[in-house]
Design a protein around this ligand. Sequence first.
Ligand SMILES: [Zn+2]
Length: 286
Amino acid sequence: MPELPEVEALAGYLRERAVGRRVERVEVAAISALKTYDPPPSAVAGRTVTGAGRYGKFLDVRFDEGLHLVVHLARAGWLHYREAFPSAAPLRPGKGPIALRVRLDDGSGFDLTEAGTQKKLAAYLVTDPALVPGVGKLGPDALEADLATFGARLRSRRGQVKGVLTDQSVLAGIGNAYSDEILHAAKLSPFAITDRLTDDQLATLHAATRAVLGDAVRRSMGQRAAELKGEKRSGLKVHARKGLPCPVCGDLVREVSFADSSLQYCPTCQTGGKPLADRRLSRLVR
Ligand SMILES: [Zn+2]
């Protein structure tokens, strides 16, 4: 799932490649992916791409006269920039991975795609990004929040730090992968309770958030969209590395279920050497 660093890099790539180009046409292949109907996709034709940015994990493509294409890529969505399209024929609505295509006046453009059968990618054509459900409710940006804001936001929601860090209304931009990485860098248990964190722990967590996200953004910027996923994977220390040695201490990375997914952590670095109990599993056994 693309998180803050990948969406930032996708926006950076669009700024470099698409800004200044005029839109030929927007084609919608997955009707359910486009969540708005007014203005219609045809309203984008003839407009110029003026910018690209990000709200948390939402990508914002800006057109002149104040029109925005705001996209949430969800778990399996991605943006593919095409230097050229194989055919000039419009996309036909269907079951393929392409949800939406934007053709630009130099023959290039981009596809929003989504793998798998669960279709969660959401695109909104709006005059104001704050109209997008989810954008209006976002907390401060995880990369920009200073220590005072960061601490206040985390303490405002009592819960396991893993869950609170990924709550977009607390802080915007962190998902399952980077929360594992941030907690590992901060040497903190994913199950630590937010309102019991000491000032020192909060300061360490804040610094780790900045370092992990900042490093990921630096590594991702300038990468072509196609190479971003590999770049993300190569920088991970614990996430999706169950059973592999922790690059810091050599202990084996472990996994427990969390919410509707799972998390990975290093017992030596994060939980005093003790494995976390898998609540779902122990419930099952009992
Ligand atoms: Zn370790």
